[in-house]
Design a protein around this ligand. Sequence first.
Ligand SMILES: Cc1cc2nc3c(=O)[nH]c(=O)nc-3n(C[C@H](O)[C@H](O)[C@H](O)COP(=O)(O)OP(=O)(O)OC[C@H]3O[C@@H](n4cnc5c(N)ncnc54)[C@H](O)[C@@H]3O)c2cc1C
Length: 465
Amino acid sequence: MNHVVNVLAFGTRPRCSLAGLRVKGNGLKNNCLVNHLTEAAMRKPETLSYYRATAHSAPERPRLQGSVAADVCVIGGGYTGLSAAIELARNGLKTVVLEAGPVGHGASGRNGGQVCTGYSPGMGKFERVLGADAARQAFDVAEEAKTLLVSRVQKYNIQCELTWGYVHGATRKGHVPELSTHRDELLRYGYGKTRLLELDEMRAKFGTQNFLAGLLDEGAGHLHPLNYCLGLARAAEAEGAVIHEHSAVTRIDDGAKVAVHTADGVVTARQVIMGCNAYLGNIAPTIASRVMPVASYMLATEPLGADRARSIIRDNEAGADSNFVIDYFRLSADHRLLYGGACSYSGIEPTDIKAFMRAKMLRMFPQLADVKIDYGWGGYIGITHNRLPDMNRVSKNVYYTQGYSGQGVVLSGMFGKMMAEAVMGDAGRFDLFSRIKHFPFPGGVLRRPALAVGMLYYRIRDLLA
Ligand SMILES: Cc1cc2nc3c(=O)[nH]c(=O)nc-3n(C[C@H](O)[C@H](O)[C@H](O)COP(=O)(O)OP(=O)(O)OC[C@H]3O[C@@H](n4cnc5c(N)ncnc54)[C@H](O)[C@@H]3O)c2cc1C
């Protein structure tokens, strides 16, 4: 059972929604069945998220203009790119980051903020693909990723409300045994921070009747994702990196020196690191086909007040359910409920995200029917075919990582760092992951329908569990 720990759990039993295909009564636009995400759509201005509304102030970073020489050009101002930039600059390399929007424009500024253990498909997948020893190293990387996150939060004084405690709740009888299977898998990897929760404890902890049992992970938790990302940007700059916002890369000319072009400028660098994930667009078609952008949506309620908030989540843990259409939730520091889920593989977008997500929230917490929804927003998660991260080279000196498959809040820090290590001449850990084979998703008109039909199968299986 692989999907217990992760929030968005694109595991062996993926939990993404086909809800997007139900076009009546749930606020979904019925304009076309297969609405491919164009590059423009991927970059469209977000509906104001709770995170943007509560973001720490950040400097305006100038757009790239003219020619600049650097040791390394990093493309993407999310966790992956910024993490790499911190490491490179810290080690004295002249590092320039190019970000198409503002810092945190992609998933890093929009996500559920759930700090997870391990990898999306579980360790069994690693064992099958890489063997037992390498799987153990990969697990160690995921744990080191947590340590790295905590150490950066401390070292750079990143105020991102990092809070420990994460509970995965089984909503169906058939899912209950999977909790102990997952606990046992983690124990085999020496991870003993989980504890099974019986029905009574789940009822005491959460204001919902939906959970039959749970798995508490005290080594996982939650944070304010955008403020964490903005903190990483500040850290990268403190180490000497230069960040240009609103500087979308339009072309990469490979060679001994790589020329990275934007509309108004060019960075010439010995090496390039790409951390563009589901927001990649068309600048590197060979890797774009290996990651599927899947939409996920969130809401934030009005502030509930401390007492009412604690009647929903008594111990302030992050929570997630065990369904294919996975729901994830947590409290904010100002006592709102943040509720996410409803992944859409179809490309059909809800016209009213707040109404769409409110209906889901009320299925978990019906007592919140009188509560106003202040914010609703969405973003794109990058998933790979096998749900394992895809870290490799596009060419000799262009590196990339993508496809954390719903679990990048923690992992991205280490994958950014491992790319920086490779650029600086130590590709040991980079090569551990670059050995993993990643297959492209079907192209053309089959791209989304094929995946959506696959998801329907799992959704039906889930309903029967
Ligand atoms: C709604 C939602 C909920 C999620 N919840 C969780 C969760 O609770 N826990 C968890 O672990 N993970 C979660 N995830 C996934 C997690 O957010 C991602 O794995 C992680 O943020 C990936 O970071 P990244 O830096 O690789 O990519 P991103 O944060 O997406 O950054 C990529 C950046 O590259 C930029 N870019 C793209 N193309 C170009 C270009 N041509 N030129 C310049 N810049 C470019 C983009 O503008 C973007 O800012 C969630 C994702 C979403 C969308």
